[in-house]
Write a protein that binds this ligand. Structure first.
Ligand code: MN
Length: 472
């Protein structure tokens, strides 16, 4: 099942719920911690007992402000509202959320490709408890019974609502990856999708290319890995295109992604805001952080991934996308320091991209990394030898000069190489004639002979260059 992208355009908007890395819950002092014994991190407020009152967690607000600043949102005076619905994991029968006045308004996020995705809002709300449906494949419909764990109930969430600017599964994955990097960079969340710290709801619609109006969307729940996200979008877009091409209409629905059968299934017709009977939370006052607090938070912000990519691309004169992996691995500081120490920027970036995937690379000494690159660009090491030396530097084997010496990687004297090549030409006249006639395949023969004679110390590119000069 795949969509003909010449005819159809896929439109995706993502809503991400991120659990904030506070010590305690959003409105009480119960501990915010993943993986405890069920129903141990609870208190009267978590359980919605009569008479318990919410008190807002200051640290959660600070983390929300950090994310807002990172996304370029306007951090605004906000208020809380009750979102009413019945569900066993929500003992109060309502969720305290932000509705018409969210803390973070607007903003954007830049993907490693340079494409910018708009952000609608990022608001604070409390998480629900966790139901487990036992038997019947884990779904409520045919379960024998269900258990409930309130440890997660009341954990602070930031719901980040993106604009429908995403056009395919790759962009959706890039968006979630980038958002996770930002959340981790500012210390707002651990971003662990596998532990539910980041949960993605995915709005998908399709329209014919050239149409301005958005098609009817479906919201897909339960997308809890990057792989599922891509698969769910592709499946859902194809389902909608099939419906429209068969003359039917897409109905607005909330759908559930089933990883096992690779399909989305209808959960319910989409509810609208009216269904939730939102009204202002009477137990909490307005939240206005004020300019001073916001500026204090801004002053302590780290350099964010997008800015780091731009900085590295500018310093190395490379394409923006080429810096993504290096920044993701946290190697950009090392690269910049090595370049500062005089190493060739392009070689530095190439090594970081291809030869520094080992986590120990983060501990490399930038001076020594620079030294290695200088040995390579100075002709003392071939590209292959430099790679070998670098991998041993990562393992902590010492300075590049020592490692090179231990391997016997010494630069070949050029005159030595010349006489070797001349000798080969003389003793292999047939092969030489083929080379002169333009038989490219025979180049390997000469390079191979030189490598054999020098035990691999010669630079293959230098040998080829030399052969070409001898062609006359
Ligand atoms: Mn929500």
């Amino acid at each position: 099942m795949s969509v003909d992208l010449d005819t159809w355009e896929i439109v995706v908007g993502l809503e991400v719920h991120a659990e904030l890395a506070t010590r305690t819950k959003l409105f009480c002092s119960a501990v915010n911690e993943f993986g405890g014994e069920p129903n141990t991190n609870i208190d009267p407020l978590t359980l919605g007992l009569p008479g318990s009152l919410p008190v807002l967690n200051e640290h959660a607000v600070e983390l929300a402000i950090r994310v807002g600043l990172a996304l370029g949102s306007e951090v605004s005076p906000s208020s809380f509202a009750r979102k009413n619905y019945f569900y066993p994991d929500l003992p109060k029968d309502y969720q305290i959320s932000q509705f018409d006045r969210p803390i973070n308004v607007g903003g954007s996020l830049e993907l490693p490709s340079g494409k910018v995705i708009g952000i609608e809002r990022a608001h604070l709300e409390e998480d629900t408890g966790k139901s487990t449906h036992v038997g019947g494949g884990g779904r409520i419909h045919d379960a024998g019974y269900s258990t409930i764990d309130y440890n997660r109930a009341g954990v602070p969430l930031l719901e980040i609502v993106g604009r429908p600017d995403i056009r395919n599964a790759d962009e959706a994955r890039a968006y979630v990856t980038e958002l996770r990097s930002i959340l981790v960079a500012v210390g707002a969340s651990d971003g662990k999708m596998e532990e539910g710290s980041m949960r993605v709801d995915c709005n998908v619609s399709v329209r014919r290319r050239g149409d301005d109006e958005l098609g009817t969307r479906c919201e897909i729940k339960n997308v809890n890995s990057l792989r599922s996200l891509g698969r769910a979008i592709e499946y859902e877009a194809a389902r909608q295109v099939d419906l429209i091409e068969a003359g039917e209409r897409v109905q607005q629905q909330t759908r559930h992604w089933n990883e096992d059968d690779g399909r989305t299934h209808k959960l319910r017709s989409k509810e609208e805001a009216d269904d939730y009977r939102y009204f202002p939370e009477p137990d909490l006052v307005e939240l206005d952080p004020g300019a001073e607090w916001i500026e204090r938070v801004r002053a302590a912000m780290p350099v964010l991934p997008a800015a780091r990519r731009h900085r590295l691309a500018e310093t190395t004169g490379s394409e923006l996308e080429q810096t993504a992996l290096v920044v993701e691995r946290g190697l950009d500081e090392l690269c910049l320091a090595a370049i500062e120490a005089g190493a060739d920027p392009v070689r530095v970036l190439t090594h970081a991209e291809h030869n520094l995937s080992d986590e120990r690379s983060l501990k490399l000494d930038p001076e020594q990394f620079a030294e290695l690159v200088k040995m390579e660009t100075g002709g003392q090491l071939t590209a292959t030898q430099a790679k070998t030396v670098l991998s041993e530097m990562v393992e902590g084997a010492g300075s590049p000069a020592d490692i090179a010496a231990a391997h016997g990687f010494e630069a070949m004297d050029n005159s030595e190489l010349e006489s070797l090549v001349d000798g080969l030409i003389e003793s292999n006249p047939t092969e030489w004639q083929r080379f002169c006639e333009g038989d490219a395949k025979i180049t390997g023969f000469f390079v191979g002979q030189v490598m054999k004679a020098t035990k691999g110390q010669a630079d293959g590119k230098a040998v080829t260059a030399l052969l070409n000069t001898r062609k006359g």
